[in-house]
Unconditional design. Structure first.
Length: 177
């Protein structure tokens, strides 16, 4: 999994100027090791500049790995601090962590609940709804990037920069916490 800076197929690149071409060395490596791309969700491309979109970042697997993790899924997240979109590998995307499954001694649970309530109230008073605002900005950025994959729009490009700047600001505030 990572940034390979190479494409495997014509579909890995969308550009008004040039067509995608398989990198023979990278393709040969993938073929000789009998690797395949993991299934991904969301955005098709992980790097962009201007009107050029390329899938440079990917996760590869072999049959043995896929047998061990049959539900594995790669998500392309919105890029924020880099020209590449981070990729997230979920080996069990269907797994939903149920908070009720975790049990504590009642006095510890009560103390944690009181502390959590206090911190949430403090966070709301000092920073607003930082987490929900971050999620909203990431959804908005993801939608803009999807739209930019389909059409070249200076309005969307400007909006993308505005949302990205606001998200960077939110992430910087989050780092302070």
């Amino acid at each position: 999994m990572g940034d390979f800076n190479a494409i495997l197929s014509f579909a890995d690149k969308q550009s008004p100027c040039t067509k995608g071409k398989r990198c023979s060395l990278f393709g040969g490596f993938v073929d000789s090791c009998e690797l395949q791309d993991l299934v991904f969700s969301s955005l098709a491309f992980t790097w962009q500049r201007g009107g050029t979109f390329v899938r440079l970042d990917r996760a590869l697997e072999n049959d043995a790995w896929m047998t061990s993790f049959p539900q594995a899924l790669v998500s392309h997240l919105p890029h924020v601090k880099s020209d590449h979109q981070p990729i997230l590998l979920s080996t069990r995307p269907d797994l939903n962590m149920d908070k009720d499954k975790w049990t504590f001694a009642s006095n510890i649970a009560d103390s944690l609940n009181k502390f959590t309530t206090y911190v949430k109230d403090w966070n709301k008073d000092v920073y607003g709804f930082l987490g929900s605002h971050k999620r909203q900005l990431m959804r908005e950025l993801n939608n803009i990037e999807k739209a930019l994959e389909r059409t070249d729009s200076s309005f969307l490009a400007r909006k993308e920069m505005e949302v990205r700047d606001e998200l960077k600001n939110v992430l910087n505030h989050e780092d302070l916490l």
